[in-house]
Design a protein around this ligand. Sequence first.
Ligand SMILES: [Zn+2]
Length: 179
Amino acid sequence: MALRNVLLEGDGTLRKKSREVTHFDQRTRELIDDMFETMREEDGLGLAAPQVGVLKRIFVMEGVEDNEPTAFINPVLIDEKGEQTGAEGCLSLPGLFGIVTRPEEIRVRAQDISGEEFERTYTGLEARCVCHEIDHLYGVLYRDKAEGGLHKLEPEEEQDETETASEEIISAKVADSDA
Ligand SMILES: [Zn+2]
């Protein structure tokens, strides 16, 4: 396993559309292992392959509520219900957050590392995370959807690791505040 470099906004790769994964091989496995390691190192809740410079339809998610580490290959949203409005962040736009409206509940279909298809339903933060990561696969950043633009995280929040632990997706503190 190896840490990969997380691309920052401004890098053109983040604006490109990712390709369908057709080979469920060792290379794909290594990429996913590296993505998990990189996501943990960066304290993210999710990470999409384009963020590490690979234009493949893959994202990983972990650490939202009781969620187990999951890799989603060729994910598609097959259903969405309701609406939630809250704070969101992204490892590719460090130190920032914005208010984004997402579905409250989603159902996602994807393939696992063996190419086996699975479906899951997520609500709340996990639903937000899945939507955010799938957007990355289309070259969409949450800046495009943030109401009233992006804001800087407060310095004291940046210094406190527990408060910025969820920079990719959301700072729980920000989400609870009246920001
Ligand atoms: Zn992101």
